[in-house]
Write a new protein. Structure first.
Length: 327
């Protein structure tokens, strides 16, 4: 699919979602806002999966984006939600770029465990920092959006619109990246990094690029989530947060960008209603749902999308394994 056609489809999707949001109740607007926001972090994991990596530490970038958005009004006087998202994305991307040269030297379980270790170090620092509220976290000053003050009557819909625009834009950019030379190189690294090296390309550089993109998307996700909730806490960096994001990434698969956001929305719906009707066993319901997906759709929900053009000729690749090598 050409970049022009995908851009047109992205614009249509954004317009439809923005119009549909006006008709949706407040609770549904909030649910979609949270699922789309989490979908950004999951999209980062999927980009890394497609490039041959597996991360258990996406929570670190999620927390960096969230705390950057929370501290922006106090430290920098930034009140605008758009600027907070940009700031959170930038901070997470910078930290990701610093960590990438170390991490890309490893593969498989070693790469995954190092990302988890970094995330847990971040969790420990945030939990013990009294200046950042310790384990209780900190509340966030209600933002403005392009100079417009938010109040109880419009806050949910405005944040919904902002999240939709950012998510659709990020999804389109990732789609363009996947179809670019660099994106196809990442797919080749996933299949056989040694062969890529023999062809004269750098597998480490490709993996590092995927990791930085993963960090950028994680930071944007954390910034939006923090402003939607009005509160940040160290648990954003905990392994449980990263585990939920990996859960959705496995559910979505690495083939299609829309599948990532569909899987995130599906998880939010299943979790919300399971928590409502099975308050003591909702995690069991989620686990059962995940097992069914693995059994009947091992390549994720993205495999439901029909292949077209060049993608029909793509060889079937194994899902990235955290035990090293191909599964």
């Amino acid at each position: 699919m050409s970049a022009t056609k995908s851009f047109q489809m992205a614009v249509v999707a954004a317009v439809v979602l923005l119009l549909a949001g006006q008709l949706a109740p407040t609770w549904l607007q909030f649910l979609v806002t949270m699922s789309a926001s989490n979908g950004l972090a999951v999209l980062g994991i999927v980009v890394l999966m497609r490039g041959g990596g597996a991360t258990f530490g996406q929570g670190m970038f999620f927390a960096l984006g969230a705390y950057a958005a929370a501290l922006a009004p106090t430290l920098l006087g930034v009140q605008d939600a758009v600027l907070r998202i940009f700031l959170g994305t930038l901070v997470a991307g910078l930290i990701g770029a610093i960590c990438a040269p170390l991490l890309v030297r490893y593969r498989g379980i070693f790469f995954a465990m190092l990302t988890l270790a970094l995330s847990m170090v971040m969790f420990g620092l945030l939990s013990k920092s009294s200046a950042l509220g310790g384990s209780d976290g900190i509340n966030i000053v209600k933002p403005t959006v392009l100079g417009m003050a938010l109040h109880s009557g419009n806050a949910e819909y405005v944040l919904y619109c902002l999240t939709v625009v950012v998510s659709v834009a990020a999804g389109w950019l990732v789609s363009v990246y996947w179809n670019s030379a660099a994106g196809l190189m990442a797919l080749a690294v996933r299949g056989n990094p040694l062969r890529v090296e023999y062809l004269g390309a750098s597998a480490r550089r490709s993996l590092g690029t995927s990791f930085v993109i993963c960090a950028l998307l994680g930071g944007a996700s954390g910034s939006i989530t923090a402003q939607a909730l009005g509160h940040v806490e160290p648990n954003f960096a905990n392994w449980t947060t990263s585990g939920e994001l990996v859960f959705v990434a496995v559910l979505a698969g690495y083939r299609r960008v829309p599948a990532v956001f569909a899987a995130s929305l599906l998880l939010e719906i299943v979790r919300s209603f399971s928590n409502l009707y099975f308050p003591n066993t909702w995690q069991l319901a989620l686990g059962t749902f995940m097992l069914l997906v693995i059994m009947f759709r091992p390549e994720g929900l993205g495999s439901l999308w029909p292949a077209s053009g060049r993608r029909k000729a793509e060889p079937a690749l194994a899902v990235p394994s955290v035990t090293g090598g191909q599964s």
